[in-house]
Design a protein around this ligand. Structure first.
Ligand code: BDP
Length: 741
């Protein structure tokens, strides 16, 4: 083939639409010099193909190498000359020789290393089980996608947290509660016959991160998901996911014995109820032998539960645990509980109800605790139950879907939030355990739906990605993960990766600043949580209002959670409590979470609290502008010099760092140095414009409101909100997406 034809083919290949659908598994050609090196290192591959997981590993590697290197490797089930061996100690003698180090990595672990065999250097991708091999293949592909050298590989990976799951808040009718990425991915209507190829891609994406469980339906559950017809459909999904090491779980409605079984009660101590669950669970396992178990939201926000019968959370959890135990299933019992008729600070209620139950749960119960004591806010302290239930397996629940962080249209990378929580020391600095070290499981409320991008925006893919990587290795760095993601999603070119990582790493703090600075929380509009609502008051329950949380008055602002207030600090271990309780020692980002502070309070910056608050709101807006400016530098060169600039794209503040002129062949299909493909660039630019508009709205509305309470002048240079407070209060968005129902 002439080089001109090759050039044309590559060029045509590169012209395919970049709509984000391939996630971080784009497998576009790497730079030619690197490709040549990789091709030589990965020419002949021995990979068993006897099991579905082995076939998945093999297929992924073939697909990845074909895309990345422009040439399929030679794959063999057995061969004498090879450069790569995939497998387990059972499938290969070369790997059997490594069984000691492989066994040490546990059931999900893997090694990627060079060994000498017959005088040759061979790359081994091996695990104790096939699933480890698949994880290793994805690791290898990540190394290729990010341009890493393969000559001295010696990777040993083993996840410390055994259960790594996504929780889908998907209703059976396709509505996703708090979903901003379209409808549910699960098409219950066409299941079980039609298995949409997207289900396989979903499984691939999760396996690429080591996610090994998925809860298919909303925690505000319909009993119907346990009905036989739906179990058939769930079984079909389980079949698709099984080769990728993903077990399915279902959210179980506690009152299902009444609604589905026709019983008069769901009392956990009633023998008929116990029998109903045992039989139902046995039916499920008959169809899904590796069913994972149940997730349960009980006696929380109106859901039925054991307390309806005067029983405890442990009674309720143990009922289901006993039904699941003979089959190897677990119950993930949520600690997200608070009652409107309890006057205690909502932040204290989960601990109050659960800490005393430590030791009362049966062994296959895992208590699932949100990362903070309120509800997935832009910033919360870690939940006081972490470290407080040493005899109970705990799992941490994060929210990937950004209910309280600007939905899918705000660029907010959650890696730093995850990292902050996982690394929090539950005792005192350095004494541990950290939150991560207390975990038996980790869950992320999924941000995935039918949208072409899967997550409703290009950058929200990074939150799925970072969740999975941190679930696998809670000690990993959010920054390194962002760099891998940016390289795989956009381009490994450092001129692309570096600015994107900079945007991502600052983005969460920007959102904190323009929404809820200095420890403020839960100030979003009522119900749908879209936009600011610091004035929200009244309604069915005080703990669903903003005024309950900020407690601003003429003298100051913030929730006193010290001994003079709700004393929520006392739920932390003594040294942590002492730090949080002291207004001089509490970390500034949590000041108003724990303290009611006078407006004149002197902040570390030298400003008064009032001036600091206003300046934080403005800073948040400027941080979004800075993201826009950075993104503008990554704009693709215009298709031709006369083409009009896109109206949605902000003007670049500096000249784009354009590549030296190179032919399409020389640059593979990667974009020109320092630029992003037009399709994705334009959407991100438009979304940043939305984010700027809404950050400004948050700033103006919040300042208008808090000024009406503090009665203080704005600091010099701070522009007054363009509208009176009444204007912001009157704004209504009855159709905002994702609302619960
Ligand atoms: C809140 C959501 C609500 C969920 C609830 C939960 O607003 O839709 O049902 O959490 O976690 O954040 O159960």
């Amino acid at each position: 083939m002439s080089s001109a034809v090759i050039a044309l083919l590559l060029f045509v290949g590169s012209a395919r639409a970049e709509d984000g659908h391939s996630l971080w598994m784009r497998y576009v050609p790497v730079e030619p010099v690197l490709a040549a090196t990789y091709r030589a290192q990965l020419s002949d591959i021995v990979a068993p193909d006897a099991t579905p997981t082995q076939r998945a590993a093999r297929a992924e590697l073939e697909r990845g190498l074909a895309g990345l290197l422009g040439k399929s490797p030679r794959m063999h089930a057995d061969a004498s000359r090879y450069s790569v061996i995939l497998g387990t100690p059972r499938s290969s003698n070369v790997i059997a020789a490594l069984h000691g180090e492989i066994d040490a990595l546990g059931q999900d672990g893997y090694v990627l290393k060079r060994v000498q065999h017959d005088g040759r250097s061979v790359l081994v991708v091996a695990g104790q089980r096939d699933i480890g091999v698949l994880y290793g293949v994805f690791h290898l592909l990540r190394l290729l996608q990010t341009g890493a050298a393969l000559d001295r590989l010696d990777v040993h990976e083993s996840p410390p947290v055994p259960l790594r799951v996504l929780d889908h808040w998907d209703n059976l009718d396709g509505h996703v509660e708090r979903g901003y990425a379209g409808r549910s991915l699960w098409d219950w209507q066409s299941l079980p016959e039609w298995k949409d190829p997207r289900y396989t891609d979903y499984a691939r994406a999760n396996a690429s991160l080591g996610i090994n469980g998925t809860v298919l339906n909303n925690v505000n559950a319909s009993a119907w998901s346990l009905a036989p017809a739906y179990i058939e459909k769930t079984a079909a999904l389980a079949e698709v996911f099984r080769p990728y090491g993903i077990r399915v779980f279902l959210s179980a409605r506690f009152s299902a014995p009444i609604e589905l079984g026709g019983l008069k009660t769901a009392d956990p101590l009633d023998p008929a109820v116990q029998r109903w669950w045992r039989d139902r669970v046995a039916d499920i396992y008959a169809r899904i032998p590796d069913f994972g178990g149940f997730l349960v939201k009980a006696n929380s926000e109106g859901q039925p539960g054991p307390q309806d019968y005067g029983r405890s959370h442990a009674d309720g959890a143990n009922l289901l645990a006993d039904a699941l135990a003979p089959h190897g299933g677990v119950v993930m019992w949520r600690a997200f509980v608070y009652a409107h008729d309890v006057p205690a600070d909502r932040a204290t209620q989960a601990y109050t109800e659960f800490a005393g139950l430590d030791g009362a749960f049966h062994p296959n119960v895992i208590v699932q605790v949100k990362n903070g004591p309120i509800d997935f806010q832009p910033r919360e302290p870690f939940h006081p139950l972490f470290g407080a239930m040493p005899r109970t397996p705990l799992m941490l629940e994060f929210q990937l879907t950004k209910e309280y962080l600007g939905f899918a249209t705000h660029l907010v990378y959650l890696g730093p939030l995850f990292e902050e929580v996982l690394r929090a020391d539950t005792r005192r600095h350095g004494a541990g355990p950290t939150v991560a070290e207390t975990l038996a499981g980790i869950a992320g409320v999924a941000n995935i739906g039918s949208d072409r991008t899967w997550t409703g925006s290009h950058f929200d893919q990074a939150n799925w990605y970072a969740f999975g990587r941190l679930a696998w290795n809670p000690q990993a760095s959010a920054r390194d993960i962002a760099a891998d993601w940016a390289a795989m999603t956009f381009s490994p070119d450092p001129a692309v990766v570096q600015p994107i990582v900079g945007m991502m790493m600052g983005s969460r703090e920007a959102a904190v600043n323009y929404m809820t600075p200095l420890g403020l929380h839960h100030l979003m509009a009522r119900g749908h949580h879209y936009g600011p609502g610091p004035w929200v008051d009244g309604g069915p329950r005080a703990d669903w209002t903003s005024v309950y949380y900020h407690r601003a008055d003429r003298d100051g602002i913030g929730f006193d959670r010290t001994a003079s207030g709700s004393n929520a600090v006392a739920q932390y271990s003594p040294d942590v409590a002492a730090t949080y309780a002291d207004v001089a020692k509490v970390p500034e980002p949590l000041l108003l979470w724990f303290h009611h502070v006078p407006w004149d309070h002197r902040m570390p910056s030298g400003r008064t609290l009032w001036d600091e608050l206003v300046s934080r709101y403005s800073l948040g807006v400027r941080q979004v502008k800075a993201m826009q400016a950075t993104w503008a530098t990554l704009a693709p060169p215009p298709a031709n010099a006369d083409a009009p600039a896109s109206a949605t794209e902000p003007a670049p503040v500096t000249e784009p760092a354009l590549a030296t002129e190179r032919s399409p062949v020389e640059r593979g299909s990667a974009p020109l140095t320092g630029s992003i493909d037009p399709q994705r660039h334009a959407q991100v630019a438009a979304y940043l414009q939305i984010q700027l508009r809404e950050a400004q709205w948050w700033r103006d509305a919040s300042i208008a409101y808090f000024q009406s309470i503090s009665g203080r002048p704005l600091p010099p240079g701070e522009p007054a909100p363009p509208h009176p407070l009444a204007y912001y209060e009157a704004l209504q968005f009855p159709s905002a997406p994702g609302d619960g129902r």
